[in-house]
Design a protein around this ligand. Structure first.
Ligand code: LER
Ligand code: MN
Length: 272
């Protein structure tokens, strides 16, 4: 099996202006994705209750499009919860929020992504303390996801979004300290373009630990609309035998339909 294609649909009003291709209309997003030949959609919902599992199952059957992953960032965007907050109650809110999204996604066979919900260290919480909080949350939530039959996807972010773990070498050293074996890495090419000396080498460093890819260009426009050099990236993904999703998480530039079209053209050129 080779890499599969996916495209994001955001249902989060508070995230408007963010890097998601389709917005607010699952049926329309599925129809367009199917028309363009995508394999799956990635759904970003405000909370677990807003993931309409039955509707998604029906759309999946109608269009033969799977759900590649579900995002958890609504907990941060809407509630400002994250996993490294100083008070245990806020960290528990963050964990409970993520747990409920893992459960909803699992009903669709889709793993949950922890991106902005990882948070950052600041104020009274030092770096080591924050990494301890993150480690214990990933252990707990990773095992929870395992029991539900899905991996848990951890997404390293660039320095302007998190000060925890920005580069593949640091992420891998941290990953080795986890007790669970159910946490996979999301390689978001936009974040990696900011942080890595070589995106292709960093993908090789992650190797078989990559569980999801955000396929996007250097400027967070759709693949092919910036200055990303996809040849070496595609070669590295092939070399490590990557066979999961490359998902369009990009600005709807110049509009949603054109962004979805541009991405699938680049996907077919480099990754299919
Ligand atoms: C945030 O920048 C991002 O890349 C998302 O996938 C995670 O919340
Ligand atoms: Mn991302």
């Amino acid at each position: 099996m080779s890499t599969q294609s996916a495209v994001t649909i955001s249902l989060v009003k508070e995230a408007e202006g963010g890097p998601f291709v389709f917005w607010h209309d699952l049926a329309a997003g599925y129809a367009k994705a199917a028309e363009l030949g995508y394999d799956a959609v990635e759904v970003f919902a405000p909370n677990a209750e807003a993931i309409p599992v039955d509707e998604l199952k029906a759309l999946t059957a109608e269009h033969n499009l799977k759900v590649a992953a579900v995002g958890t960032g609504g907990g941060w965007v809407i509630h400002k919860w994250h996993l490294c907050q100083p008070d245990a109650a806020s960290r528990d809110n963050a964990k409970g929020f993520i747990r409920s999204i893992i459960d909803a996604g699992a009903q669709l066979g889709a793993p949950a992504i922890i991106g902005s919900m990882q948070g950052r260290f600041e104020g009274e919480v030092g770096r080591e303390q924050a990494l301890d909080y993150l480690r214990s949350a990933l252990n707990e939530l990773g095992e929870h996801a395992k029991a539900a039959g899905v991996p848990l996807i951890y997404e390293p972010l660039n320095r302007y979004e998190s000060n925890l773990l920005n580069r593949a070498e640091d992420v891998m050293a941290f990953l080795e300290t986890l007790d669970t074996d159910n946490v996979k890495i999301l390689a978001d090419l936009f974040h990696m373009n900011i942080e890595e000396a070589s995106i292709a080498d960093a993908l090789r460093t992650y190797g078989r630990h990559i569980g999801h890819v955000h396929f996007v260009d250097s400027n967070r426009r759709p693949a092919g609309c910036g200055h990303m050099d996809y040849g070496p990236i595609a070669a590295a993904l092939k070399e490590i035998g990557y066979d999961r999703y490359a998902s369009a998480e990009a600005f709807p530039w110049p509009d949603s339909d054109a962004a979805a079209k541009a991405t699938i053209v680049a996907f077919n050129q480099y990754l299919a």
